[in-house]
Write a protein that binds this ligand. Sequence first.
Ligand SMILES: [Zn+2]
Ligand SMILES: [Zn+2]
Length: 233
Amino acid sequence: MDQTLNTEAVFAIAQESGKCCRICLEDEEDMQSGNPFITPCKCTGSMKYIHLKCLREWTDSKKQFQSEKGITSYYWENLNCELCKNGLDLVVRSASEPDKAIFLLDLERPVDSPYMVLESDIDCASKAVHIVNFGVKQVFQVGRRVNNDISISDISVSRAQASFLLQKGKVHLLDLDSKFGTFIKISGPLKIPRDGTVSPVQIEKKCFFFKREPRFSQCNRFFNRVCGRGSKA
Ligand SMILES: [Zn+2]
Ligand SMILES: [Zn+2]
């Protein structure tokens, strides 16, 4: 990730052995000690490989953090690859074992209490990760005002936006009558319940409401009736 890295040396070593870390120029990975080659950005060819530990050292050297009342917040002004300028994937995969997902940032987490990791998801170079420790308290408030537990200085966030609550082992998200509402990012197929509606789905600036109509259950009733009449005759 260093602009001064010797790209020719990386290329030469990669030509010989197939893979080469573009920071330390070593061509071996150590799976035993958790130091595989990863490909965290959109760089291609011989420049795409980097050791997990080498990249963690780089991200560590750039981070700022503060810890207060159960929240530890980490900030990076710029967490983009300095070569291809793309954002680094925070969930990376070992180049040899692609099934294994690894969280890139090696951040200290609570050992004996429930916690949640919140990650900023806006398309810009700066990045924020908050570790919320429910062992300290059960409710945390998020908003634009600085007296919130997590303060987000973005105009689309209300002064008091939402709160997180840990109850019976589950984290609940409660909107605090915010101006634009609070949404949960959909990470897989969205299931629409058989009898009812789902919460509105926002796609870009539009909100969509889905409802399932009982069309097929009426068809079933119709066919049952026809069959019933047939058997009597
Ligand atoms: Zn390395
Ligand atoms: Zn890159």
